[in-house]
Design a protein around this ligand. Structure first.
Ligand code: AMP
Ligand code: ZN
Length: 460
């Protein structure tokens, strides 16, 4: 029997003990990235937080007893537009973006399907793509029409919101507020302002698929139906945990619930709904549309992924995080200290109760990290950190953590090293000495290796 995990459930607005439907297959769905462009560091927050949840569930229930589905949205207006601009197919665009996304999140210590899946066994981590599930989406839409919860109008299929008596139970928004919001996109073919699109006609040049019965022209799915289809296919009609950013509660998750429950005639879609707070810059949500974003890739140029992960986990997942240089430097220093304690010691077989306990309390990472900070037995510290996806890699990241802790400007150091290389190649010794002095002033020591490469470290 697993120790008792308690989770804050958006559906009930309460923290409650987590009881999986089937402890031999705990099922979690998280809304994943829309792969039209490089992900920003705000997008990395749900990826890291729910990676931690996945690791914790694997620890509690066993690696073979947790199934995690994190979808990839690979069709939407932005993707269609971007692919058309570049003159490539959406698949070509999204394959490229997804590949970079994988590289980015791997650097952040996030597990990927290939890390956990075992050939011949039930998949433990699936990354379903929307465009591979059009058939399931069409089946759901046809089911909703047949059940009287959706209707066809001018080549669209709309979900009939008034047909669901408890629509709004997740977001708990007053009906008039939802109506006011929905009126923004009022369309003549909608019976109620709240009705939302399940399927729509494709404009010329846009990708299209065979439509649900009753519509002759090919079309494409609305936004929400994909997650109902993918969670159904990979986790079943009802599953344990559904996760995503807080901005997804309404309308995305509310509409997912409406689609799945009304199609299957079930009381719940997922038992527990988890939502992470925003990563903010000077009090505002980091977002593409506000232009106040940095991509994961850009951050990783200056900071080891492990430092970024720790900076993210220092705040409880439901609280907003202010993304600051100071936070990253602090994390660099924490890691540096831990690497020093851990040395070459192997991890203890399991993370100790002192560390697991705070995580059981709705993933209380700040408390778990405070606990790690108190640990000075190397094997326990390492095992605890490993459970949180930290201190996993080898010495190279130890050096990287030291650089991060020092606050040294990595881009500037690399530029100086390049100047030094050019000077030395030209046998311009005074210039080379000058650069060496500039590096020394930054506390950087340079080493020329036998294989022709140059490496550097910072003094402590
Ligand atoms: P989007 O790129 O808007 O589709 O978002 C992808 C995922 O990242 C969703 O789960 C969002 O809730 C989440 N997200 C987007 N911006 C932020 C942010 N600033 N902080 C935390 N999560 C975010
Ligand atoms: Zn979703």
């Amino acid at each position: 029997m697993a120790a008792m995990l308690r989770l804050y459930n958006t559906l009930t607005r309460e923290k409650a003990p987590f009881a999986p439907i089937d402890p031999s297959n705990v099922r979690v769905y998280a809304c994943g990235p829309t792969v039209y462009d490089a992900a920003h560091i705000g997008n990395a927050r749900p990826i890291i937080v729910f990676d931690l949840l996945f690791r914790l569930l694997r620890h509690l229930y066993g690696e073979a007893h947790v199934t995690y589905a994190r979808n990839v949205t690979d069709v939407d207006d932005k993707i269609n537009l971007r692919a058309a601009e570049r003159g490539i197919t959406i698949r070509e665009l999204t394959d490229g973006t997804l590949k970079s996304f994988h590289e980015d999140v791997r650097a952040l210590g996030v597990l990927l399907p290939e890390d956990v899946n075992v050939p011949g066994e039930r998949p433990r981590f699936v990354e379903p793509r929307a465009t591979d599930h059009i058939v399931e989406m069409v089946a759901l839409i046809e089911g909703l029409i047949a059940a009287g919860h959706a209707y066809v109008a001018e080549g669209h299929v709309l979900f009939d919101v008034p047909s669901m008596p408890d629509y709004g139970a997740l977001s708990k928004r007053p009906l008039d507020e939802m109506e006011a919001g929905a009126r923004v996109e009022v369309a003549p073919y909608k019976r109620s302002a709240l009705d939302f699109v399940l399927w729509k006609p494709s404009k010329p040049g846009e990708p299209s698929w065979p439509s649900p019965a009753g519509i002759a022209e090919p079309g494409r799915p609305g936004w929400h139906i994909e997650c109902s289809a993918m969670s159904w296919k990979h986790l079943g009609q009802t599953f344990d945990i559904h996760a995503g950013g807080i901005d997804l509660i309404f309308p995305h998750h509310e509409n997912e619930v409406a689609q799945s429950r009304c199609c299957f005639g079930t009381d719940v879609m997922a038992n527990v709904w988890l939502h992470n707070g925003f990563l903010q810059v000077e009090g505002e949500k980091m977002s593409k549309s506000l232009g106040n974003f940095v991509t994961i890739r850009e951050v990783l140029k200056d900071w080891p992924g492990e430092v970024v992960r720790l900076a993210m986990l220092k705040t409880h997942y439901r609280q907003p995080i202010d993304w600051t240089l100071r936070g990253l430097e602090e994390s660099g220093r924490m890691l540096e200290r831990w690497y020093e304690i851990v040395g070459d010691e192997a991890a203890a077989p399991e993370a100790g109760a002192a560390l697991v306990e705070p995580l059981l309390d709705d993933l209380n990472t700040p408390a778990a990290l405070a606990e790690l900070h108190r640990l000075d037995a190397p094997a326990d510290l390492k095992a605890g950190a490993n459970l949180m996806g930290l201190l996993l890699p080898t010495r190279s990241s130890r050096a990287a953590a030291r650089v991060a802790a020092s606050g040294v400007d990595v881009a500037r150091v690399e530029a100086l090293i390049e100047q030094r290389r050019v000077a030395r190649a030209a046998k311009d010794w005074p210039a080379s000495d000058h650069v060496r002095d500039a590096l020394a002033a930054l506390g950087v020591t340079v080493k020329d290796n036998k294989d022709g490469t140059t490496t550097w470290t910072v003094a402590k």
